[in-house]
Each structure stands twice: as structure tokens, then as C-alpha cells.
Design a protein around this ligand. Structure first.
Ligand SMILES: Nc1nc(=O)c2c([nH]1)NC[C@@H]1CN(c3ccc(C(=O)N[C@@H](CCC(=O)O)C(=O)O)cc3)CN21
Ligand SMILES: CC(C)C(=O)C(=O)O
Ligand SMILES: [Mg+2]
Length: 285
């Protein structure tokens, strides 16, 4: 069992070892890399998940554009809009005490121009009260990363398999194999050079992830990138088994929420139908 103090250690402990409640800042993530301490990151899209994961000691929460398929019920991450994501970001940032909240910029909200990217990032900071933003892209998006960073907004980059480009990449495919190795490495260097504070590596080979993690001074956050990245991220509904079905190979299931929730709903239904709910203790006179 990991103690709360141990979980909290990287971003502030008092003399007693108890967490000080200090907010996680981007420099803490770099310091954890320097100390060789891997850190966890999860998605969150609402108040209860944000509160629970924050208190569980998850230092970074991502309001992913994956809300597109995990909240709004679209089939991919492409359709979700800035106006659909900002209220989710606001709910998450209101609900955390320590976690750094990163907001994903959705498809179409930053690709048009550097100016559009800065304007969208500003909206997520002002209206969503996010602490940082994330965008998909490597070399080609270095100017966008640089301009957002220059505006005082920390940027997490996302390279390798970038779901917003699934049609151009030809589906959900592992990146960085054979000839593509050097391109993923070049993308990683480009976003670091542009000022990104961290970079997500999605569905790349463990070999390319290891090389990049060694090369860069900023933390790498893996999802389907093997064991050698500085951090690991998963979509919470996948790792807690709320989403049913096979899912990507990189997911490990830590709970069966679909089972727990289905049986609670069935029990409630049976008790209502059987006149067993509500009981006297739930009734006013
Ligand atoms: N629920 C959820 N989990 C995610 O991890 C996730 C989202 N949604 N939405 C946005 C993107 C899309 N992602 C995905 C989704 C599916 C695969 C997938 O099916 N991968 C297969 C094929 C890999 C291969 O080509 O070998 C796998 O078996 O992992 C991968 C990434 C990651 N992100
Ligand atoms: C899978 C993570 C990295 C993401 O971008 C998302 O949830 O949108
Ligand atoms: Mg995303």
C-alpha cells in the first residue's frame, strides 16, 4: 500500500511528511523526471472524478478531447467542439485542490493558424480556468506551441498516433516503426525546442519512446508507449472498466465499474418493481 505522503511527495510535503496541499506546477513534473520518479495522469471530465483522482494523488488530470467518445457519444474525437469542452474543463478545475488540469484543444480549434491556436488556448484558460493546454502535432505545430507558450500558457504536446489525424494516418496504427522512427524523434525535439513542458507519446514502439525519453529534458507521457516514459496516462473509463468491449491493447483494467453500476441499476429496478424501495427510512411524514 502506498501512503498518501508517498503519493504526494513530489509536490510538497511538510516536516511531518504530510502533504502540504501545494498545487502541482509544471516545474514539479520536470523535477520528478530528474529524480527518476514516474508519475500517473488520468483523464477526468466532471466534478466527482476530478475530486476523487485529485485526492488519490494523481498529479495531472487531462480533460481530453476523448470526451467526444467518452462523454458525448460521438464515434471519434473529431466532432467535439470548444464550446462542448469548456464547461467540462470548468467543472474539473473547480473540483481539484492540487492537480494540474490540462485541457485538450479539439480538432479544428488550432490547426487553422498560429493566431487561432493562441485564441483557443486563451479561451480554455479564461473560460475553462485550465492550468495548461494540450495539442496534437510535432514539427509542423512547433510555431503554435511556441506562440501559446509565449502567451504565458503551458503547452503539453502530443505526438506519435494522434487521434485527430486518424483519417490521414490511415487508422489506429502504431507509429515510429522502421522508417518512421526518425520522424517521431524529430517531432519530440521540435516540440521541446518550441517550449512544450511535456509531450504525450501515443501508440509508439517502446524503442522510440525510450530514445525520446532519454533525449529530452521535458517529461514524456506514454499511452501505449511501453514502460520507459516518464509518466503514464490512460482514459479513466477504460482503466476502471466503465467502457465495455475489447478496447486498445495498452489499457489495463483496474476495476469493473460497468459490472458494479449495472448490478446497482438492476437492483434498484427490482426493488422499485417489487415495492421494496423506498423503505420507511427514506420516507417523510
Ligand atoms: N476510451 C478511449 N480510450 C482511449 O485511449 C482514447 C479514446 N477513447 N479516444 C481518443 C483516443 C483514441 N485512442 C485509441 C483508440 C483505439 C485504439 C486501438 O484500437 N488500438 C488497437 C490497434 C493498434 C494497432 O494498430 O496495433 C490496439 O489493439 O491497441 C488506439 C487508440 C486513444 N484515445
Ligand atoms: C488519450 C489522451 C492522451 C488524450 O489525448 C485524450 O484523452 O483525449
Ligand atoms: Mg486527446
Amino acid at each position: 500500500m502506498t501512503s498518501a505522503a508517498e503519493v504526494a511527495a513530489p509536490y510538497g510535503n511538510g516536516a511531518s511528511g504530510a502533504p502540504t496541499g501545494r498545487k502541482v506546477r509544471v516545474h514539479h513534473l520536470r523535477e520528478m523526471k530528474e529524480r527518476g520518479e514516474p508519475w500517473p495522469m488520468l483523464t477526468a471530465y466532471d466534478m466527482y472524478t476530478a475530486e476523487l483522482f485529485d485526492e488519490a494523488g494523481i498529479p495531472v488530470l487531462l480533460v481530453g478531447d476523448s470526451a467526444s467518445n467518452n462523454v458525448y457519444g460521438y464515434d471519434t474525437s473529431l466532432p467535439v467542439t470548444v464550446d462542448e469542452l469548456i464547461p467540462l474543463v470548468r467543472g474539473v478545475t473547480r473540483s481539484v485542490k492540487r492537480a494540474l488540469v490540462v485541457a485538450d484543444l479539439p480538432f479544428g480549434s488550432y490547426q487553422v493558424s498560429v493566431e487561432q491556436a493562441v485564441a483557443t488556448a486563451v479561451r480554455f484558460m479564461k473560460e475553462g480556468r485550465a492550468h495548461a493546454v494540450k495539442l496534437e502535432g510535432g514539427e509542423h505545430f512547433a510555431p503554435h506551441v511556441k506562440a501559446i507558450t509565449a502567451a504565458g500558457i503551458p503547452v503539453m504536446a502530443h505526438i506519435g498516433f494522434t487521434p485527430q489525424s486518424e483519417h490521414q494516418l490511415g487508422g489506429y496504427r502504431v507509429q515510429g516503426r522502421n522508417d518512421a522512427f526518425d520522424q517521431v524523434v524529430a517531432d519530440a525535439h521540435a516540440v521541446q525546442e518550441a517550449g512544450a513542458f511535456a509531450v504525450v507519446l501515443e501508440m509508439v514502439t517502446a524503442e522510440v519512446a525510450k530514445q525520446i525519453t532519454h533525449d529530452l529534458v521535458i517529461p514524456t507521457v506514454g499511452i501505449g508507449a511501453g514502460p520507459d516514459t516518464d509518466a503514464q496516462v490512460l482514459v479513466w473509463q477504460d482503466m476502471m472498466g466503465l467502457r465495455r468491449g475489447k478496447g486498445p491493447r495498452f489499457v489495463k483494467r483496474y476495476a469493473d465499474l460497468a459490472g458494479v453500476m449495472t448490478s446497482a441499476a438492476q437492483q434498484f429496478a427490482a426493488e422499485v418493481r417489487g415495492h421494496r424501495f423506498p423503505g420507511p427510512e427514506h420516507t417523510f411524514h
